[in-house]
Design a protein around this ligand. Structure first.
Ligand SMILES: [Zn+2]
Length: 341
């Protein structure tokens, strides 16, 4: 699929090709419902704009990490039918500087989200969590394990986790391995917890944090039947999966029912931007279902971070995986339905 609206709109970091995302959204072949399992819809105002974008791209249900205090107001923006939005329990990241945010306050929030009917809880364990709290954001620190056990005892049976980060970050931001560990180290506590909480479905965000190495991810899936993945983080996935579209298609076929569509769209009052939200749907849908072979419209700062000779506004090469049929329906919808029940 070649975009027909090249250079139609003003260029910005989410749209270096000047695409008319509204027009492009109508050109995808797949027209059945899509579930986005990984978003951060922060405020009612941002939700209002997000809903317009989601509808254009065929998204009928959104799963969001939203601050506890905002979930009712955000939910209202999705209309009376509450099944269009579902929330994932998260800490209060706005209060990340307060000492109890990732300890006692977080435990309290796990309970409050559950009282609101929440079924999914996120355990974010990126290496940069060490910069926010000395230990509470390790996946297996004592306070984190307390939160995991509490969530389990309260009845949560879907845990989302972010383990790892792009290889580009381990090559640049995380060179202090005494502090951050190696990339391989990140997955050791996850493997133990996948076994310990074997009757919980664990969603490994961002292709399990390792789209660079699908053989490694396959090993994780093979060892742990309770492990599934989401496709979120558009820049990262476009950069890495766009290098290996045939491998990515075969991977989705082999693991049908275990790869869930997600974007990681972050929508809040500080970034009310149609192109920003739309670019994530356009890029990921183009990566997954088309045979596009060309420039990604989204500026990817990791490219010039790794190679300072490159322009700061560089964008990745996007090559579509042309996933189709039942595999595509599974990624976009059926796998999420199976997980959410
Ligand atoms: Zn996210």
């Amino acid at each position: 699929m070649t975009p027909t609206t090249l250079n139609h709109k003003p260029v910005n970091d989410a749209n270096r090709l000047g695409l008319d995302y509204r027009a492009e959204a109508k050109r995808f072949d797949y027209t059945d419902p899509i579930i986005d399992i990984h978003t951060h819809i922060g405020t009612p105002k941002a939700a209002g704009l997000y809903v317009q974008v989601a509808e254009l791209f065929g998204v009928t249900k959104t799963v969001s990490m939203t601050k506890l205090e905002n979930i009712d107001a955000v939910s209202d923006e999705f209309g009376s039918s509450s099944d269009r939005i579902e929330f994932i329990a998260v800490p209060n990241y706005e209060a990340r500087d307060q000492s109890d945010t990732f300890t006692t306050d977080w435990l309290h929030r796990i309970e409050k989200f559950r009282e609101k009917g929440c079924r999914i809880v996120k355990f974010w364990a990126a290496p940069r969590g060490r910069d926010l709290h000395s230990d509470a954001l390790h996946l297996d620190s004592p306070s984190r394990l307390e939160g995991i056990k509490l969530a389990y005892d309260l009845g949560y049976r879907i845990f989302m986790t972010h383990v790892g980060d792009p290889d580009t970050w381990f090559a640049t931001k995380y060179t202090d391995t005494r502090k951050y560990g190696t990339k391989a180290n990140q997955f050791e506590p996850l493997e133990r917890l996948l076994d310990e909480y074997h009757d919980v479905t664990w969603i490994g965000a961002h292709i399990g944090g390792s789209p660079e190495d699908l053989d490694f991810v396959q090993g994780m899936l093979d060892r742990h039947p309770n492990y599934v993945l989401d496709t979120s983080a558009a820049k990262w996935q476009v950069r890495e999966l766009g290098k290996q579209p045939d491998r990515f298609r075969a991977f989705c076929e082999q693991n049908s029912g275990r790869v869930l569509f997600g974007t990681d769209i972050v929508a809040n009052d500080g970034n009310l931007d149609f192109d920003l939200y739309a670019s994530r749907y356009w890029a990921l849908r183009t990566l997954i279902e088309t045979s596009y072979d060309g420039q990604s419209p989204i500026v990817d700062p990791d490219l010039s971070m790794v190679d300072p000779a490159l322009d700061e506004k560089s964008t990745a090469h996007l090559r579509g995986a042309r996933i189709e049929g039942q595999t595509l329906a599974s990624v976009y919808h059926d796998a999420a339905v199976k997980v959410l029940g």
